[in-house]
Design a binder for this molecule. Structure first.
Ligand code: NAP
Length: 287
């Protein structure tokens, strides 16, 4: 994922817009109510499929929150150092072992790997209460054909559901960089909002608890089909928290359902690097 600053810049701009819209909707729902919602009280076993930059960073936050985590990849021997550093709650294993281990499984692999993993582990993944899908289709890494195919399915949410049939998928953390995720967890003054999308209410509730537990505020933007929707918004009004702005944002959400590219990112497409939207969209901290 090195290089291609233009694409990253576009993605960042995009995330700013998406973050704005998500933020004002969440504010409309009420910050107090959001904060009153639960975190996941008891530890959950979490299988991380993919333990690179993002999988390693996110898994470390789960460990820090008290969850037993098994990190996995095709080369589990390379993950022993990570597991040792994180202490007794962390271990390393094969993908098959991590899927078997987890009550919850987090998919944090290149999008192109999902098909193969779905074929090998699909049956086991379909038994999990939650499969957190952090994966983004990115042309320079996964290929133009795959990105095109994802678009044809209606966005990453619906495409992941095809690749992992029966899995209770919630897309989350797709727009937060691995470089910042640890640093901005439990942000003083209010948590950073994390847009999530899913179709299964129990999986969504579980994801919300897990996300709160590691120091973020989940913001449900819709079902997996959110990949077809996008928000009409402008940077000019990105800090406007008025009821009118909230209403306009909601109208934009319901009226603009035809773009898969923007909506794809809203429901989870595209990670960011360097300076990202949470600095520029402080309203997310209030959700
Ligand atoms: N980097 C970010 O800031 C960020 C933010 C949000 C979302 N994401 C998304 O998260 C996913 C991972 O990104 P990343 O930056 O963490 O990538 P990465 O650093 O390259 O890590 C990828 C991980 O997946 C494993 N992997 C690759 N192919 C696999 C396969 N077929 N089966 C099992 N494991 C496999 C790799 O290990 P082995 O090669 O040893 O198998 C590695 O542990 C991507 O979809 C990305 O778009 C990334």
């Amino acid at each position: 994922m090195a290089g291609n600053h233009a694409a990253d810049h576009g993605r960042r701009n995009f995330l700013q817009l998406a973050a704005w819209g998500v933020g004002v909707i969440a504010l409309a729902a009420g910050a107090a109510r959001a904060r009153a919602q639960t975190t996941t009280a008891s530890p959950l076993k979490i299988g991380m499929v993919g333990a690179g930059r993002m999988g390693g960073a996110l898994g470390a936050l789960f460990v820090k929150a008290g969850h037993p985590v098994m990190f996995s990849s095709r080369h589990p021997e390379n993950l022993k150092g990570l597991a040792t550093r994180l202490g007794p709650l962390a271990q390393a294993g094969t993908v098959e072992q991590a899927v078997a281990f987890g009550d919850v499984v987090a998919m944090v692999v290149p999008y192109a790997a999902l098909e193969e993993i779905g074929k090998a582990q699909g049956r086991a993944l379909a038994t999990k209460v939650l499969v957190m899908d952090v994966c983004n289709p990115i042309a320079r890494r996964d290929g133009d054909d795959l990105v095109k195919w994802v678009g044809e399915q209606g966005g990453a949410g619906l495409a992941s559901a095809k690749l992992l049939p029966g899995a209770r998928i919630v897309r989350a953390f797709n727009g937060i960089s691995y470089r910042r995720v640890a640093e901005i967890a439990h942000r003083p003054g209010g948590p950073v909002g994390v847009p999530i999308a899913g179709d299964d209410p129990k999986a969504i509730a579980l994801a919300e608890g897990l996300i709160r537990g590691i120091g973020f505020e989940p913001v449900l933007v819709g079902g997996l089909a959110m990949g077809n929707r996008w928000l009409r918004s402008t940077r000019r009004r990105k800090f406007d928290r008025s009821p009118a702005a909230c209403a306009e944002s909601r109208r934009g959400l319901s009226q603009n359902r035809s773009s898969s590219r923007l909506g794809d990112r809203l429901s989870g497409g595209g990670e960011t690097r360097g300076r990202t939207h949470w600095r520029r969209a402080p309203q997310l901290s209030a959700v």
